[in-house]
Design a protein around this ligand. Structure first.
Ligand code: SAH
Length: 410
């Protein structure tokens, strides 16, 4: 029930000056039911609220016109229709990427990105505030503040963009957990978010339109392989040898390539699903012949697909490879038999490209309205020029080759 025990902490949090009422469970159907029961409302009202949120993308209770006015007011007093408050939204010059900075009730800030393609619209969501994994080149781990996001906070990122797209008469077709955080270090909430997004009585996004990206948490990969939902999995590889991967991905010391690749094989055998590997190409670090040869050995299996992502520079020692170098690396992999594409990463001009999500929330924040769209940063040459097919459902991918995905080359 929606008793005082639940309301009290929410009220305390609200007093901390964020101006938000905070209720972790808003989207959760039983919670809505309990709140309505508490108000002496009939059960079907819960369906109406849940559908208003997840199907009509209602941003608040006032807009749920299916409900009587007094009930709208009563609900608004008790619950928050969204866990996140929009702080700032920026759209890139080409209009294909929109990034929003959100504030949670405790003041934590997260970002998510909408990428518009001809045939699909992909939302890249954050699963944690900060990240404990600390990959050498990734900005997300550099942040002090850290916590897991709740499923509702993840879903709210998607609902925000669903509203935006609704105005354009478009829908979210793909959700990728490739923003800030390591989804498999927040496994239960990530999966709960996937189930909420997939709920046919709610948001109704096809499972094959949802992709979770992991740095390689082996036990979680095993668990993910047994999930009944047909979700996509992406594994961040970044190196073909343990010597190099240990340097780039500290978690490799816990789960070395042998173990990781064994888990990947089991995943594919069990699910018969295509498995996507991500590889951030760092100039003169992991773009050489030795790595290409090692990768070719690791990835010489059906259903394995490698996505190269040119490193987006975020300050620090790592550099983006030249387009020529990237093309050569790709060619070397192709010639060695690897199923490989180069991922385009839109949104660099608004710091919304792969790996850039943390920057604004960390130390580059501008006050709301402080930077007009497209004027805040120089375009950073986001596109690598590749028009190659890339898997649907994977963040920032240009084309599409996902079986049954319905999305095709844009
Ligand atoms: N923790 C998950 C999700 C991270 S974000 C994972 O590691 O898979 C998705 C991808 O963006 C990861 O492959 C990550 O390594 C990559 N990435 C991080 N920083 C980047 C940057 N600056 N440029 C390009 N890709 C980056």
């Amino acid at each position: 029930m929606f008793g005082p025990a639940r309301r009290a902490p929410a009220a305390r949090r609200a007093q901390r000056g964020t101006g938000l009422r905070y209720n972790r469970l808003m989207l959760d159907y039983p919670t809505i039911t309990a709140a309505l029961e508490d108000l002496g409302e009939p059960r079907y009202r819960a369906d109406q609220v849940y559908r208003s949120l997840t199907r009509d993308y209602a941003a608040d209770f006032q807009s749920m016109t299916v409900l009587p006015a007094r009930l709208r007011a009563a609900l608004a007093e008790r619950l928050a229709a969204s866990q996140l408050e929009e702080v700032q939204t920026l759209t890139g010059q080409r209009g294909d990427a929109t990034k929003t900075l959100f504030a949670a009730a405790d003041g934590a800030q997260v970002e998510a990105v909408l990428m518009r393609y001809a045939q699909r619209a992909t939302v890249c969501v954050s699963s944690q505030v900060g990240c404990a994994v600390r990959c050498a080149f990734c900005a997300s781990g550099k942040r002090g503040q850290r916590r897991n996001l709740s499923a509702e906070e993840m879903v709210d990122q998607v609902l925000h963009f669903a509203r935006l797209l609704q105005a354009e008469e478009r829908r979210v077709s793909n959700v990728v957990f490739m923003g800030m955080g390591e989804p498999f270090n927040n496994y239960d909430e990530t999966l709960r978010a996937c189930r909420l997004l997939n709920d046919p009585d709610g948001f109704g996004l096809a499972a094959r339109g949802i992709s979770v990206s992991t740095v390689g948490v082996v036990p979680a990969i095993e668990r993910f392989a047994r999930e009944p939902l047909q979700l996509n999995l992406a594994v961040s590889l970044h190196a073909g040898t343990d010597a190099l991967r240990n340097r780039l991905v500290p978690l490799n010391k816990t789960y070395p390539l042998k173990e990781l690749m064994a888990a990947c094989r089991r995943y594919v055998v069990r699910t018969r699903r295509k498995l996507f590997f991500e590889y951030v190409v760092l100039a003169d670090v992991n773009d050489n012949a030795e790595q290409a040869a090692a990768l070719a050995k690791l990835l010489a299996r059906p259903l394995y697909h490698l996505n190269l992502i040119a490193f987006n520079e975020t300050g620090g020692r790592f550099k983006r490879p030249s387009p020529e170098r990237l093309a050569d690396f790709r060619k070397a992999l192709e010639q060695a038999g690897v199923d490989v594409t180069v991922r385009r990463s839109p949104g660099a001009d608004i710091e919304a490209a792969c790996g850039q999500l943390i920057m604004r929330a960390t130390h580059n924040r501008r006050p709301p309205g402080g930077a007009p769209d497209g004027e805040n940063a120089p375009a950073a040459g986001v596109s690598d020029g590749s028009e190659a097919a890339a898997p649907a459902g994977v963040a920032h991918a240009e084309g599409a080759s996902e079986p049954a995905g319905g999305d095709r080359q844009d």
